[in-house]
Design a protein around this ligand. Structure first.
Ligand code: RB5
Length: 153
């Protein structure tokens, strides 16, 4: 599995911790930035990872901003992206089982390092349940396709 990783200044420190976590477990990742805690704009970084996952160049993404909200908003603009902000193990597990989340979003100012690592572990190791959840995702896909055709995206 190849993971694209990015953060803004609000998520920079946590991104460095998550990078070490992935490195220690020999999980393949690429760091798309940002590379310091200097103030920057989350759409610039979140968009790079969301595009790479939407283009299937990466299997999944992990995005981190201050709250996890801005990164979620930008990532979900990309067709095929199901970005889920997760703040505990339960939402991380259900984001995979029910939503087939392909981008995990964390809040660097909300979630501590140890919990964030547990969330990443749960999200990486939980499979999608399929079945009725696939039917619901298909409906999201249909709406995306309709919006594109109508030019409203
Ligand atoms: C940056 O101050 C902050 O707004 C950003 O990291 C993020 O939390 C936005 O949703």
């Amino acid at each position: 599995m190849r993971i694209g990783l990015a953060a803004d200044h609000g998520g920079y420190k946590l991104k460095e911790e998550i990078k070490n976590f992935l490195k220690d477990r020999k999980i393949n990742y690429e760091d798309f930035g940002t590379y310091s805690d200097e103030s920057t704009d989350y759409p610039d970084w979140g968009g790079k990872v969301a595009q790479a996952v939407a283009d299937q160049k990466f299997d999944r993404g992990i995005l981190i901003c201050g709250t996890g909200l801005g990164m979620t908003i930008i990532a979900n603009k990309f067709p095929g992206i199901r970005a889920t902000p997760c703040y505990d193990i339960f939402t991380a597990r259900l984001s995979r089982k029910h939503n087939n989340s392909n981008i995990l979003v964390l809040g660097g100012r909300v979630t501590g390092v140890d919990l964030a690592k547990e969330i990443v572990k749960e999200w990486l190791t939980t499979d999608f349940d399929g079945g009725r959840h696939q039917r619901r995702i298909n409906k999201i896909r249909q709406i995306e396709q309709r919006c594109f055709k109508e030019g409203s995206i």
